[in-house]
Design a protein around this ligand. Structure first.
Ligand SMILES: C[S@@+](CC[C@H](N)C(=O)[O-])C[C@H]1O[C@@H](n2cnc3c(N)ncnc32)[C@H](O)[C@@H]1O
Length: 216
């Protein structure tokens, strides 16, 4: 266990030194943050769960522990080193070493191999340090690949901020995780306003202040 932790920190640290803007974090996600996100996805997601920027696999691990079947979990990671680490750590999961900008193409490929749609996109991508054009491209693709009741889950280290992502994604709510380095804010977005309203009703998460449902 301790050995795995050190090896994870080692691989993360090497990547951070090599590509600081792409990694965009000082540490892997804490188990508390990963667990908060996994609880949102639940045991039986209706479709594929695509995880963008899976890094060292803290959230991948929590999703599997929460009961997401390995066959429905699709981690995507741009770094070759981290993708190889992920594949070794989770041999039952098909890790995709590719760029999140390929999201739409990836969803099309999944649609050809199975009959399940994409129900969740979980993202660790450092949206604040990626080029703006890439961010807009990825967010547009998220809205296109998610099914009707789909959820987009993104975290950021700006705990006091608002609800940045948009592209026709409707903000459902936010929750701050203090036990993470640094503390993180998890935001959830839905493709349909009704799903966002239902999420707010059932989750008890902080609701948007005013009409932020289609903020950009
Ligand atoms: C904050 S770190 C991941 C933290 C992860 N939850 C963990 O615990 O290790 C962000 C990750 O996103 C990856 N990333 C950044 N831009 C990407 C892109 N365009 N496509 C895919 N992955 C990307 C980075 O390589 C990095 O592994």
């Amino acid at each position: 266990m301790l050995k795995r932790w050190f090896s994870t920190l080692h691989v993360f640290g090497r990547e951070l030194v090599a590509n600081p803007r792409q990694v965009g974090a000082a540490c892997p996600s804490s188990p508390i943050l990963a667990g908060r996100i996994a609880a949102l996805v639940g045991r039986q997601p209706e479709g594929y769960v695509i995880e963008l920027g899976a890094g060292t696999g803290a959230i991948t691990h929590a999703l599997l522990e929460a009961g997401v079947p390995a066959s429905r979990l699709i981690p995507v990671e741009r770094s070759e080193r981290l993708a190889a680490h992920l594949q070794k750590r989770f041999p039952a999961v098909g890790v995709h070493h590719r760029d999140a900008r390929d999201l739409k193409q990836l969803a099309n490929e999944l649609a050809r191999t199975g009959d399940r749609h994409v129900s969740h996109v979980v993202s660790s991508l450092p949206l604040r340090s990626l080029p703006e054009a890439d961010v807009q491209h990825i967010l547009a693709a998220v809205g296109q690949v998610l099914g009707e009741r789909g959820l987009f889950i993104q975290y950021t280290y700006s705990v006091r901020g608002g609800n940045e992502p948009a592209h026709q994604l409707h903000w459902c709510g936010r929750s701050v995780v203090w036990l993470n380095l640094p503390p993180a804010r998890v935001d959830v977005f839905a493709t349909q306003p009704a799903t966002a309203a239902e999420f707010r009703k059932n989750s008890g998460w902080s609701a948007p202040d005013g009409n932020l449902a289609t903020a950009s």
